[in-house]
Design a binder for this molecule. Sequence first.
Ligand code: NAP
Length: 248
Amino acid sequence: MDRVVVITGGGRGIGAATARLAARRGYRVCVNYHRDAGAAERVVEAITDDGGTAIAVPADVGRAEDVERLFATVDTELGGVTALVNNAGVLERQCRLDEMDEHRLLRVLQTNVVGCFLTARQAVLRMSTRYGGAGGAIVNVSSAAARIGSPGEYIDYAASKGAVDTLTRGLALEVAAEGIRVNAVRPGFIDTEIHASGGEPGRVARLAGQLPLGRGGRPEEVAEAVVWLLSEAASYTTGTILDVAGGR
Ligand code: NAP
């Protein structure tokens, strides 16, 4: 089967690990990025060196015109999209709600929530049998923060991931009869650069001892769950949220 996947925020961290694994499993991969072109190009290079097919495409997922251009580029360069991984996400410096201003809240929600809606919309327009598509799969990258709430750290981020969980459930039911499965993974503490944005690059190491499995996770361990949910092996799984959080 012809498989084409768009991975938002695919240049670094969990997105990069997912891009590399999806390519090894036979997908042609669009590595979307926002600012770090060099990182995205390195992922593309690693995939092509391995004999796979990948392109790097810039787009801010929170902007509709960027997202439309992203999917149009994929149509032309890779062919019809069959899978989407909504991985792009941001968090801001740890603080309490009473210190959060409007601009921060809008930045977090624009990328983490509106971004997922905009990309899912373009994917559904192409994959849904309602519009002549052949079906497909979407995986949203949520966070254990959606369950925990992240008090004193970033409840805005946690709430944005709560919205991602609800989007996953609602969209899964909306398009279930149109050949599209929609699921989410909820990672726990994974060793990536996102923690530096919160002001604590060493966060995973600090909290590792408190985790049931006694360590933080690796991006590759999340990628395995994402790529399984995309695959035919998960053909009867939709509307589900899979925790990949070391028991947390
Ligand atoms: P990361 O290493 O900081 O990577 C974030 C990625 O998102 C980057 O590739 C970045 O692109 C991209 N991005 C940010 N804003 C974007 C925008 N507006 N448009 C397009 N791309 C954008 O983070 P990560 O830890 O791998 O996180 C990936 C996902 O996992 C996020 O949704 C995060 O919330 C979730 N998650 C992570 C953890 C964890 O512990 N690491 C836990 C739970 C959930 P550039 O490279 O171009 O900046």
